[in-house]
Design a protein around this ligand. Structure first.
Ligand code: GAP
Length: 597
């Protein structure tokens, strides 16, 4: 397992990521992905897009990251997107109150779930000290702190706006247009990969908890009454589940099962959530997460976000702790209903019946020549209120008079004036509010997991080396190409040709001719390059075809193969048609290691 310190040091030294704005003292919670990290991150995003957009047949959008206040009033983020803050009276440091409890109290894994009052009591009971200065925090108020970054749209005092705390809202607010592109047909899914911002109280652990990060989200819009996921595709996928019931039980344990069984036994309530857990399990395996250090954990009731009816997290084990790397929430009709209520647009779809149906409808046809003279300017409002009453409580019209409220006033109207009737009407469908199921992935946390799970050390040529065992699809560079020495024109020419040919085949190549060959191998091992190709004099001697050595990162084994075969053999490995082991079997290891030659 990687030592956290070693990994952070490697991340910085090799250009994966480092704290931003170092020249100005650094800014907590902001990280820059260096050349290797940016490439790794883009590859993770591309693999996500391939699975969750292309293979699932969804559409991708790109929405602005700043949105007006009204959006977050509707979404509930203004009111409910808070973390628990406690400030030290002595040194002024701010802390996540629930995290202090989790760090100090053995049997509490998720203090958010116990509520803000209890967290305050627990700080007092355990007399917790400020991690920064050691002063007691007992008695300090624990307060809700809204995590959104506020800004102002336009000059002057402008219009209040916020940096989006989740990419999802950019999809929800555009639902009235997105449903048109989907021709009003459910189910359909919309994805987005983009930046989200949260003013975290205490950012920590490198890129795991930061204030600006990338999310990859899918909003799946469904008709809850009719749409079912293609569960058969993931029925047999094996998963490790940690449901809420097991977390609450004294001797609670993981459940090793399949997606199909978990749905059948009701362990996962929503088949749609189960479907996405199955898809995600395969995806995490594909990109190289160590599945022995991976689980799906259900949220406890106090832990769920304000919009979620049920939620499961994908969690990876990092340095002995479990961290959430993705959430799979059943958001129901919460978001679309709220945006429908707060805006002028329609957040529903029209669901056509198989056959038109005839329904009885209570209607009124108020006599305005009587209502007008009697109630003056209030007459139109009264007419509307009568129709509402007819739909809500038709029996009210059995009486001689009905009372309705319009513009805050009560009015009593002769029932005869209302002209109440029950009419038969033909309806071809109804407007329904779709439900939303949301797989939401943190890209940075996935990147960190891949680095942690891929980090290994072993002995090669009597020296300890560290290497990153990254999947070829994800590794920042596919192949490194070296001339054994840089002052031999023939070697440089062949190495340059090999680089060009591989690049033209779409393989990413790093060309390096500086330093000892051993150091060049170590450098590529540390950035996770799966293969190194070295052009040496032995391969160019004689009349036979030119050969090069091909070295695999994890085994450090080297084989010699003809230059002419290199592109095809590598492509076969990258596409999964063959393994390096099989190639090694055909060619045999080189007898003289060029590192030591
Ligand atoms: N739209 C749903 C949503 O935003 P979330 O669980 O709050 O759900 C989704 O966030 C994912 O985003 C998390 O699983 C995590 O991977 C990532 N994430 C959340 N906050 C983060 C932070 N402060 N730093 C890095 N990644 C974060």
């Amino acid at each position: 397992m990687a030592d956290q310190q070693d990994l952070m040091e490697l991340a910085k030294r090799r250009g994966f990521f480092f704290g931003s704005n170092g020249a100005y003292g650094g800014t907590a919670g902001f990280y820059t992905f260096g050349p290797e990290g940016a490439s790794l991150k883009h590859n993770v995003e591309a693999a996500w897009r391939d699975q969750f957009t292309l293979r699932l047949g969804n559409d991708e959008i790109e929405a602005p990251t700043i949105m007006p206040e009204a959006v977050f009033e509707a979404s509930g983020h203004l009111d409910g997107f808070d973390d628990m803050l406690v400030e030290c009276a002595e040194c002024g440091a701010s802390h996540r109150a629930d995290h202090l409890i989790e760090d100090a109290v053995d049997d509490i894994e998720d203090a958010e779930a116990v509520g803000i009052e209890r967290v305050g009591e627990l700080i007092e009971k355990h007399d917790l000290a400020c991690p920064a200065c050691g002063a007691s925090l007992a008695g300090e108020p624990v307060e809700d702190f809204n995590l959104m970054f506020e800004t102002s749209i336009g000059p002057g005092s402008g219009q209040p706006g916020y940096m989006r705390p989740e990419t999802a809202q950019g999809i929800f607010v555009e639902f009235p247009r997105l449903k048109e592109y989907a021709r009003g047909q459910l189910p359909f899914g919309v994805t987005q990969i983009g930046t989200a911002y949260r003013n975290e109280i205490s950012p920590r652990r490198g890129i795991i908890r930061v204030r600006e990060f990338t999310q990859a989200e899918l909003e799946q819009f469904i008709d809850p009454e009719e749409d079912e996921p293609p569960l058969a595709e993931v029925d047999d996928v094996e998963v490790t589940l940690y449901p809420a019931t097991e977390q609450n039980a004294e001797d609670g344990a993981y459940i090793e099962t399949t997606i199909g069984e978990a749905v059948e036994e009701g362990i996962i309530g929503s088949p749609w959530v189960a479907y996405f857990l199955g898809i995600a399990q395969g995806w995490y395996e594909r990109v190289g997460v160590d599945m022995d250090r991976f689980r799906f954990r259900q949220h406890l009731s106090g832990e769920r976000a304000h919009y979620a009816a049920d939620c499961w997290d994908a969690e990876s084990e990092i340095g002995g702790n479990w961290i959430e790397i993705a959430g799979f929430a059943y958001r129901g009709d919460y978001d679309l209903t709220k945006h429908g209520e707060h805006s002028e647009d329609r957040f529903t779809v029209f669901k056509r019946y198989d056959e038109p149906i005839t329904v009885e409808k209570a209607v009124v046809d108020p006599d305005m020549s009587a209502l007008g003279p009697e109630f003056g300017g209030a007459a139109a409002g009264i007419a509307e209120a009568l129709q509402e009453l007819a739909e809500r409580n038709p029996d009210a019209f059995d009486e001689e008079e009905v009372t309705v409220e319009a513009n805050g006033e009560e009015y009593t109207v002769d029932t005869e004036i209302a002209n109440f009737a029950i009419e038969e009407q033909t309806e071809s469908g109804e407007h329904i509010t779709p439900h939303v199921v949301e797989p939401s992935f943190g890209v940075g946390r996935t990147v960190y997991t891949l680095l942690e799970h891929g980090y290994s050390e072993d002995e090669v040529d009597g020296e300890t080396r560290s290497y990153l065992s990254l999947a070829p699809e994800i590794a920042p560079t596919n192949v490194a190409v070296f001339p054994l020495v840089s002052n031999d024109d023939a070697l440089v020419e062949v190495a340059t040709d090999v680089s060009r040919t591989l690049r033209q085949a779409g393989i990413s190549v790093f060309y390096d001719d500086s330093g000892s060959i051993g150091r060049r191998y170590r450098r590529q091992d540390e950035v996770g390059t799966p293969f190194c190709v070295t052009v040496d004099q032995d391969g160019l001697e004689g009349d036979s075809e030119n050969t090069v050595t091909l070295r695999e990162r994890d085994s450090a084994a080297q084989i010699r193969i003809p230059v002419a075969d290199l592109e095809a053999e590598l492509e076969a490995i990258f596409s999964g048609e063959q393994t390096f082991g099989a190639l090694r079997g055909r060619h045999g290891d080189v007898e003289t290691d060029v590192t030591t030659a």
